[in-house]
Design a protein around this ligand. Structure first.
Ligand SMILES: [Zn+2]
Length: 396
């Protein structure tokens, strides 16, 4: 079997999705006819799925890294609140077979395959008896450095509390997926079959059991990926959109809370089961939750920046018949700001003049064209401010 060892000088994970399935491998068998979906009514049970990445005690907390002590505290909080942490099997039994689980249940997941899942999280989870799922991407397994090794994964599997899902072959960034998509349906299909299919075969050849869940790298997906995921035998695909899961929610687009080390509110929301709470709870856009804007913007949508005094700008050179006099820019915490329109470059920008205080910043730019019409797609986006930087004194 081919084995890839990659050197990661810089590794950033955006985030993920997952799926779970019980159909045979697509490579060896003709496509299985898809039965009409059975609609299972809402039973009032809510499942909250937590997503973690790296865990470390000594390094600074970021959106993608949480202190070991805080992780432990969060797990103990779940125990104290009396919530049930369920396994993927229990989730499946509830979601597909109509079995009952406690009304407030949680799934714990980890993306990418950081070594710290073994060194930091596993001891805590083992002690508390909490099952968990890890989404591995092929090229990072045994990737050296901070990557999990096969023996570590095997040991966690042997404990009986861990299950494995797929997180692609190469963990492509959305831009790479979009570039492949631009090359046409045949090329894109081949590309996706490798990322989604080869990763499944790799994990199934290496570890016991079927791989039936898929976590979309960066939370990015297309219609093609949803279809192909089902064909390849993934039963569940998890988004990075926060929200509780109801039994009647579509299995291809399940919610997940990506817990951020530097923003405790995500965990608080994930573990608050308010009466009747369901669906998405808007919390701004999480890092890893992929956004697209109709025109280029800075800081980019979904970006995590290290300054709380950024210049915010949009390149509007592709806007047709723009009437510059109608341009407005609104920023969360500021309201409308006196942004400047550069006639030559068609850049509409504003230099933030007092530090951004919140971990996320929403921007909205509006305009009308020469005929007085507003754009069809609004230009709204969100970026994140890394709290480390955000809290540095800067002479304000
Ligand atoms: Zn990832």
């Amino acid at each position: 079997m081919m084995k890839f060892t990659l050197l990661f000088t810089l590794f950033t994970c955006l985030s993920a999705w997952a799926q779970d399935v019980a159909t045979p491998p697509a490579s060896a068998t003709p496509p299985v006819p898809v039965a009409p979906p059975v609609v299972i009514p809402d039973d009032g049970i809510r499942v909250s799925i937590l997503g973690y990445h790296d865990i470390a005690e000594k390094q600074p907390e970021t959106a993608m890294r949480i202190h070991t002590s805080k992780f432990r505290k969060q797990m103990e909080t779940i125990q104290q609140l009396g919530y049930k942490v369920i396994s993927l099997d229990e989730f499946n039994a509830w979601k597909k077979d109509g079995k009952t689980i406690p009304a407030k249940s949680l799934l714990i997941t980890f993306d990418d395959g950081w070594k710290s899942v073994y060194t930091e999280a596993f001891p805590v989870l083992k002690q508390l008896g909490f099952p968990f799922t890890i989404f591995l991407y092929k090229n990072y397994v045994d990737g050296g450095g901070k990557a999990l090794t096969t023996p570590m994964i095997q040991e966690m599997l042997a404990s009986g509390i861990m299950s494995i899902g797929s997180h692609s072959v190469s963990h492509p960034f959305p831009i790479a997926v979009k570039n492949a998509q631009k090359k046409g349906p045949v090329v894109f299909d081949t590309y996706l079959r490798n990322e989604m299919g080869e990763s499944k075969l790799f994990l199934e050849s290496k570890f016991p059991g079927k791989i039936t869940t898929y976590a979309f790298p960066g939370g990015f997906y297309t219609e093609e990926m949803l279809k192909l995921g089902s064909e390849l035998g993934y039963s569940y695909m998890f988004t990075v959109v926060p929200g509780k899961i109801k039994r009647d929610q579509a299995n291809e687009t399940l919610h997940r809370y990506i817990v951020q080390g530097n923003y405790d509110k995500i965990f608080e929301m994930a573990t608050s089961f308010r009466e009747g709470a369901s669906g998405t709870e808007p919390v701004g856009i999480l890092p890893g939750q992929v956004q697209t804007t109709p025109y280029p913007v800075l800081p980019e949508a979904g970006a995590v920046i290290n300054s709380r005094l950024p210049e915010i700008s949009a390149d509007l050179s592709k806007v047709e018949k723009l009437n510059p006099a109608t341009l407005t820019m609104k920023i969360s915490g500021f309201g409308e700001v006196p942004a400047n329109f550069a006639v030559a470059s068609k850049k509409f920008s504003w230099q933030v003049n007092r530090p951004l205080r919140q971990p996320s910043c929403q921007v909205s730019i509006t305009w009308k064209d020469s005929a007085g019409k507003a754009p069809e797609t609004p230009l709204h986006w969100t970026f994140q401010i890394d709290r480390e930087s955000a809290y540095l004194p800067d002479g304000e």
